[in-house]
Design a protein around this ligand. Structure first.
Ligand SMILES: [Zn+2]
Length: 412
């Protein structure tokens, strides 16, 4: 029983800490900002930003509360054990049992999340003029997303379960090798296989912008063929850009909304930032850290599943891969939060490096312009609480980035 209590305490603490930090963040936004930012963002605009964050905060608060209550009820009233028992009355094969178990949990979780997603997309995002999704597109996305989860998630889960039951003595490292190969494949082919199911990507078309980009890409040693424009506008008016892929499959993707919202010079600056990610090998480094994390997690999982107490804690019919994985997931929460903090910290460092790279190409001023426009358009938080930044920000807050770019400007 002790393990069950530990899991319950972990889940309640996680919720409490998250809600506290969310609340601090919401309040912090109302505090005065630097004279520089208050000159750029009007009182009305800041109020609009706050209302947007308030709306998101409220949904976040209630949806997390509902999820917490459901999970705690399942734990306290032996619900997971009941699901395990119920599935075993239909299947004998442990691989099918694992797939059915996570299928039930996954479908349950999706049903629970659906009302919030609908509310978020068709009420909040619409109210702030971000949403471009029609109900038909929303439903199509859901169906495609489910098909991808079943095929890819179910496939890898079936393989790992098979390894667990058939090659148990060597489970952790064989599973590690399989998961690593799978994620390498996905990192390489994500843009070719998954993105086209949801979006259209086209190479940058000829014209003034392409010529300007060509010049910078050449200076920075990046192949122009790897720059794509994606139709983000089909779902949201928010804009973005990202660098993805590994080895020969690397590419920079610009949202069509970004191209509409920014001047050519600013787009080139964003691109210079993205090339910075490529030059500093950030995707490769992330991939390697992810692989190492997976190895450690599998080793710990292998260790913990040797104890019968974890299965008893959750009311499992008998020791099994899926019930072990479920309890492990709960127990691992504090460690995964810690990993998240470290990952976000390095991600913010990486953003500074990419900014510095853009500044070196003489794009500091234009990048500042782009950041301000994107912050304005996407209604980002210009005054987040430091604790919230520490916990959740993969990018430094906009004022910090501007300060940093200002400090570099003279060098370029
Ligand atoms: Zn970046």
């Amino acid at each position: 029983m002790t393990i069950l209590y530990i899991v319950i305490v972990i889940l309640i603490l996680e919720y409490a800490v998250n809600e506290l930090v969310d609340y601090l963040n919401l309040k912090h936004e109302l505090k005065p900002v630097s004279p520089y930012l208050s000159r750029i963002f009007s009182y009305m605009q800041r109020k609009k930003m706050h209302l947007y964050h308030l709306a998101n905060y409220r949904t976040g608060f209630f949806s997390s509360l509902v999820s917490l209550i459901v999970i705690l009820s399942l734990l306290i009233f032996n619900g997971f054990g009941q699901i395990d028992y119920w599935i075993r009355s239909y299947f004998d094969n442990e691989i099918l049992i694992t797939l059915a178990f996570f299928g039930v949990i996954g479908v349950g979780g999706s049903i629970l999340a659906l009302p919030w997603e609908v509310y978020n997309t068709f009420y909040i995002e619409k109210r702030f003029d971000f949403n471009r999704q029609t109900p038909v597109l929303f439903i199509l996305d859901k169906i495609k997303g489910m098909a991808v989860s079943i095929l890819l998630g179910g496939g890898i889960l079936a393989i790992v379960t098979w390894i667990y039951y058939n090659l148990n003595d060597h489970f952790w490292w064989i599973a590690w090798a399989v998961i690593t190969s799978f994620s390498l494949f996905m990192t390489m082919f994500y843009s070719n296989l998954i993105v086209p199911l949801f979006n259209k990507q086209r190479p940058l078309e000829e014209g003034e912008l392409r010529a300007e980009i060509e010049e910078t890409a050449e200076k920075a040693g990046f192949k122009l063929d790897n720059i794509y424009v994606i139709d983000g506008s089909k779902r949201s008016t928010k804009s973005n850009a990202y660098f993805t892929g590994i080895g020969p499959k690397k590419r920079i993707v610009l949202y069509d909304t970004l191209i509409n919202d920014l001047s050519n010079e600013e787009i080139v600056a964003v691109l210079a930032h993205e090339i910075g990610h490529y030059k500093k090998k950030h995707v490769t480094l992330n991939f390697i850290t992810g692989v190492l994390q997976t190895g450690v997690i599998l080793l710990l999982f292998d260790f913990i599943t040797g104890y019968d107490a974890i299965y008893k804690a959750i009311g499992a019919v008998k020791p099994s891969f899926h019930m072990g994985l479920l309890v492990f997931g709960f127990l691992f929460t504090p460690a995964s939060i810690l990993i998240g903090l470290v990952t976000s910290y390095f991600s913010r460092k990486a953003e500074y490096q990419a900014d510095a790279f853009a500044a070196k190409l003489g794009k500091a001023r234009a990048l500042i312009g782009a950041l301000l426009k994107l912050t304005d358009k996407n209604l980002s938080n210009i005054n987040p609480h430091p604790a919230f930044v520490f916990m959740h920000y993969s990018h430094p807050p906009v004022n910090e980035r501007i300060k940093y770019l200002e400090s570099l400007k003279d060098q370029s």
